[in-house]
Design a protein around this ligand. Structure first.
Ligand code: KG4
Ligand code: ZN
Length: 332
């Protein structure tokens, strides 16, 4: 069964074709470079870029997969959360195709797409697992009881992990989005150079990163220019270490409390090299298994949306063509 997936929730225009929820036949991703000069995503500009590129990106996906629209069995598109204009472009395009071809259509929650990237790539993953969702807009610990059945154990009460990476990267002049650049810079730094604060919260599965971001900003402000230049990589590594330790401690703690063996990381920050390494180390120590998506499937892409759409279709049947874009769609 071939699923066409469409993702346009933020600044990536993506179309993918996935076979039976596990084999990627094509996954075309266009990251809109235009936002870099603004230091962040401009929603209206993103919508217009999606409108310009959605058709050629979709055509390229069909071509790379070596199929025609006649061979597609199911269409899935991101419904939310995300920016309303960008979401509407992909969702309307996908619904139009489904209507014209009388194909079943499934609207997909973007966060379910992220966690589904692991199911797509790791058929051996236990359907009952724990996932740490860490993206530019979200940070949450989710117990996946089975596909489509979720219990949110904890969330961030301020900044998302990716947002903290992006803000610190911006302060350090690493461009936008700066998470991947900061990860690269931190590789040459000493993570023990300075111990930045790790928020201790009453609710043990809750996260907070805004204090850490401010602490880094204040620390940098106080440094002499020459000293800052000399220790840039050390500061990046020390900041990253603080974020990663909090994420790993809470995730491993939850896996132990809930007695869950399999753990995954999903979302853009799952690409972080230190997070992948420390999480694997700590989980293996307690006899658990970590599954992570390949780097290309961590950040926004349509293959994860196609896969989630396929699993959703198998379990719950088709969705409605009246499905509207929902910017604050929750994972339930
Ligand atoms: O999932 P995603 O592509 O978009 C959202 O749904 O938000 O995540 C993007 C986020 C950005 O904040 C980006 O800086 C971060 O993921 N990111 C990273 C790395 N690669 C991407 N953060 C830390 N280390 C990385 N290697
Ligand atoms: Zn995302």
């Amino acid at each position: 069964m071939l699923t066409l997936g469409i993702e346009t929730s933020c600044d990536e225009t993506s179309a993918a074709i996935v076979e039976d929820g596990h084999t990627i036949r094509a996954n075309v991703i266009l990251s809109q470079a235009i936002h870099r000069k603004f230091g962040g995503v401009v929603p209206e500009v993103a919508s217009r870029e999606h409108i310009k590129t959605i058709v050629p990106i979709y055509q390229q996906a069909l071509q790379e997969a070596g199929v025609t629209l006649d061979q597609i069995n199911l269409i899935a598109a991101t419904q939310g959360p995300g920016l309303v204009g960008p979401l509407l472009v992909g969702l309307t395009f996908a619904k139009g195709l489904a209507f014209a071809r009388s194909l079943p259509f499934v609207p997909v929650n973007h966060m379910e797409g992220h966690l589904a990237a692991n199911i797509l790539e790791h058929p051996e993953l236990d359907p009952h697992h724990l996932t740490l969702v860490v993206s530019g807009g979200h940070t949450m610990l989710v117990e996946v009881k089975s596909f489509g059945e979720y219990e949110i154990l904890g969330k961030t009460r301020d900044d998302a992990a990716g947002e903290a990476f992006d803000k610190v990267a911006k302060i350090m002049g690493l461009g936008y989005p700066g998470g991947a650049e900061l990860d690269k810079l931190a590789k040459n730094g000493d993570p023990k150079y300075f111990r930045f604060p790790r928020a201790v919260l009453k609710d043990k599965y809750q996260f907070s990163f805004s204090g850490l971001k401010t602490a880094v900003a204040l620390y940098i402000q106080k440094l002499e220019a020459a000293e800052y230049e000399q220790h840039k990589a050390d500061i990046a590594a020390s900041f990253q270490e603080a974020v990663v330790h909090v994420l790993v401690d809470k995730t491993v703690g939850a896996a132990k409390d809930k007695n869950i063996r399999d753990v995954t990381i999903s979302g853009g920050v799952a690409a972080n090299s230190r997070l992948r390494a420390l999480m694997a180390e700590e989980l293996t120590r307690s006899g658990r298994r970590l599954f992570v998506p390949s780097i290309a499937l961590c950040t926004d892409n349509a293959a994860m949306i196609a896969a989630a759409g396929y699993y959703r279709f198998k379990k719950f049947g088709p969705g409605e063509l009246v499905a509207d874009a929902i910017p604050y769609l929750k994972l339930e």
